[in-house]
Structure formats: C-alpha cells, structure tokens
Design a protein around this ligand. Structure first.
Ligand code: PAD
Ligand code: ZN
Ligand code: ZN
Length: 379
C-alpha cells in the first residue's frame, strides 16, 4: 500500500482535557514497529466507560488522550514479526489483551492478562502512539478507536471473519461480550433460573441476551429510564421495573416477586448503591451477584457481612470473562450464525465528526449503543 512504512496523517477525536468536548484534529500515526499492526478503524461504539474516561474516572489513562475501545477495522500495514494477519484483514481491537504468556493467560480460571492496564501499568512510551500539533497524545487501553487509524500490539487485536459486518461486530469489542459473557461465563446462568439485571444500557441489554440464551425463565430488568423497557422485552426480559415506582427499596420488591431473591443478579450501571441492591436481591444460600458496572476507584462499597455469611456469592467481571484473542473470533462467527442478537443494540449511527453528539445521546440516556462510522466528509 502507498501508506506502508510512512507516517499517516488522519482525523482523530482528541480529548485535550478531562470534562471538555472532543476536538476533531489531524494527528500523526507512525508506522507499526515489530509486533504491531496499523489499522484503519471503520466503526466504533461509544461505551459508558469512555464517558468515565472523559471525566478522568478510569485509572491508567493520561491526558491529552484519544479514547475509544469498542471498534472494528481493517489492517493497513503490519510490522516485523507479526504473523497470522495481513493488510486487508478485518480485526477487532482488544481492550483486554491476551499475551498468551503470563500466569493469568495460562490459567483457565481468568481472562485477565498481566499486560492489562488494570494489572501492571506499562512503560510510558509504550502507550504513546499519536502526535498532534507537536504534542504526544496518550491512548486508552492501548487501542484508542476514536481515530481513523490506530496502532495495535499483537496482544491487543484478533483477526475475524472476512465477511463480518464491522458496523455490528465492533460491539463484540466491549459492550456485547461484557454483558453476554457475564451471564454465560461469570455467573454461568442455569436453565430455568431467575435473573435480575440492573441497568439497561448496551451492557445490561447484553446480559439480558446472555440470560435468555442460557435458558433463564425469568429475567427481571431494572432501570430508572422506562424508555429502555421495550428493547429489554424484545431481547428477552420477562418483567421490567422502575425503582422510582416503588416506596420500598428495589431489592425488597425483587425478593417479594421471587420468593426470597433471584438466582443471579447483575449490576450494569456503575453505582455503589445499585451494587449493594443487586447483592441484596440475590437469594440467600445460592444467589450469585455479578458486578459489571465501573464505579470511580475512590468509591468504596460497604454492606452487611451477613449477606456473605448466608451463602451469597459476589463476583466481578471484566469483558464477560472471555479470554479476548481466543474468544472474539468465535463470538463473531456465532453472531454470523445467528446464535444471538446484536443489531438490536444499535440505537444510533453517526458520522465520526459528530462524536460529541454521540456522547450527548449517552448522557441523555437516549441510547444503548451508538456507532461512529467513517466520515467521508472528514476522511
Ligand atoms: P449506559 O449508560 O448505556 O447504561 C446504564 C443504564 O443504567 C442506563 O439505562 C441508565 O438509565 C441506568 N441507570 C442509571 N442509574 C440507575 C439507577 N439508579 N437505577 C437503575 N438504573 C439506572 O452504560 P453501559 O451499558 O455502556 O455500561 C454500563 C456500566 O458497565 C458502566 O459503568 C460501564 O463503565 C461498565 C462497563 N464495564 C465493563 C466491564 O468489563 N466490566 C465493560 C464495559 C462497560
Ligand atoms: Zn466498554
Ligand atoms: Zn497475559
């Protein structure tokens, strides 16, 4: 390709300061080094974790930064020693890397990789791949999908089916896999069980899909925004509750509805009070609560220890427990084989240049997953 080996100048959404809107800027993306590839991002979703990062609430991100971690794209060029992928191949960037070498990668009980930002912080220069107006721009989760081109280390991408629609399977890069896997891997929802899902954004709706695929017979969806209920029902929720409609705490309402509590509860909001409510709504003796929502690290969770002594299980899940490099291609194939729904999660599709409008939709609670696609006007 004519760009191979050269610096590419392209558009990216730069967050110069936390709490400010993104600026669409021209950035320079260097050629990939050994063990890296350079990818043209074709579509990217906006996840609530990006919004947390806008406000400086995700640990491990330095600013100015290019955010975005739910994308899909096409390989533009490959660095030395990269195997198994060539220009033109379709890939999904992985915010949870899988190095295949560390103690966690070798352990089937976890999908964490010690290369992960949540595990061991990487050297500063490892994170910096972009420049803009002479300044170094930091990255999010070492992948930064809010850019027309991005550099990916071989541990942070996976090749997918050549026929996969990138404007759909990008959701497998975060929200879908996170929710779906939390049900089928982390909780291991059993057929005939009862589930409660707190929060019906892209993640919570994907939990609903996972519970349904796993054979749950009752799926109770909880959200303060009633406009989310129609989609939740379409995807498999059997009951929808707005906590604001009740005088009692929602965990009490759930316990009354389910003969003492649910088999599995999932917190997909990122609020400490909802995490405790989700735990309290799981049945004593055998209930399992899975925390998925990301709360600021300064928040501390506190609850009655008796909740644990009486036999509930509290778990957390990142990326739905999926070992990313191994699992994402299979999830893409399963989507193409129509084993689960995904298209229903997309509520809006915007050109990349309207990224700030996409975030406004998220803040207004009007969307579950928003996609930003290549913007021919600004490409
Ligand atoms: P979203 O903002 O699209 O959805 C959140 C939903 O929660 C919305 O429908 C809100 O109306 C609803 N909500 C807000 N407050 C309440 C409340 N008090 N009671 C009930 N419902 C409420 O977010 P999302 O689906 O993109 O992400 C959800 C969380 O999951 C968020 O904290 C995000 O950072 C986290 C996340 N975790 C992982 C992971 O790997 N663990 C991955 C991706 C996202
Ligand atoms: Zn995400
Ligand atoms: Zn690893």
């Amino acid at each position: 390709m004519e760009t191979t080996g050269k610096v590419i100048k392209c558009k990216a959404a730069v967050l110069w300061e936390t709490g400010k809107p993104f600026s669409i800027e021209e950035v320079e993306v260097p050629p990939p080094r050994a063990h890296e590839i350079r990818v043209k991002i074709v579509a990217t979703g906006i996840c609530r974790s990006d919004e947390h990062a806008v406000h400086g609430l995700m640990s491990g991100i330095k600013y100015p930064a290019i955010l975005g971690h739910e994308g899909a794209g096409i390989v533009e060029s490959v660095g030395e020693e990269v195997t198994g992928v060539k220009p033109g191949d379709k890939v999904i960037p992985l915010f949870m890397p899988q190095c295949g070498k560390c103690v966690c990668c070798h352990n089937p009980k976890t999908n964490l990789c010690l290369k992960n930002i949540i595990g061991v912080p990487q050297a500063e220069d490892e994170k910096i791949k972009f420049t803009c107006k002479g300044k170094l721009i930091n990255r999010m989760a070492d992948i930064s999908t809010f850019s027309e081109y991005t550099i990916l280390d071989e541990t942070t991408f996976t090749k997918i089916d050549d026929n996969a629609p990138l404007d759909r399977v990008c959701l497998i890069g975060c929200g879908f896999s996170t929710g779906y896997g939390s049900a089928v891997n982390t909780a291991k929802v059993q057929p005939g069980s009862t589930c409660a899902v707190f929060g019906l954004g892209g993640v919570g709706l994907s939990v609903v899909i996972g519970c349904k695929v796993a054979g749950a017979t009752r799926i109770i969806a909880v959200d303060i925004n009633k406009t989310k209920f129609a989609k939740a029902k379409e995807l498999g929720a059997t009951d929808c509750l707005n906590p604001q409609d009740y005088d009692q705490p929602i965990q009490k309402v759930l316990a009354d509805m389910t003969n003492g509590g649910v088999d599995y509860s999932f917190e997909c909001i990122g609020r400490i009070d909802s995490m405790v409510a989700a735990l309290e709504s799981s049945h004593p003796g055998f209930g399992t609560c899975v925390i998925i929502g990301v709360a600021p690290s300064i928040d501390k969770i506190s609850f009655d220890p008796l909740l644990m002594l009486t036999g509930r299980t509290l778990k957390g899940s990142l990326f739905g427990g999926f070992k990313s490099k191994d699992s994402v291609p299979k999830l893409v194939s399963d989507y193409m084989a129509k084993k689960f729904k995904l298209d229903e999660l997309v509520t809006h599709t915007l050109p990349f240049s309207k990224i700030n409008e996409g975030f406004e939709l998220l803040r207004a609670g009007e969307s579950s997953a928003k996609l930003l696609e290549e913007d021919t006007a600004t490409a």
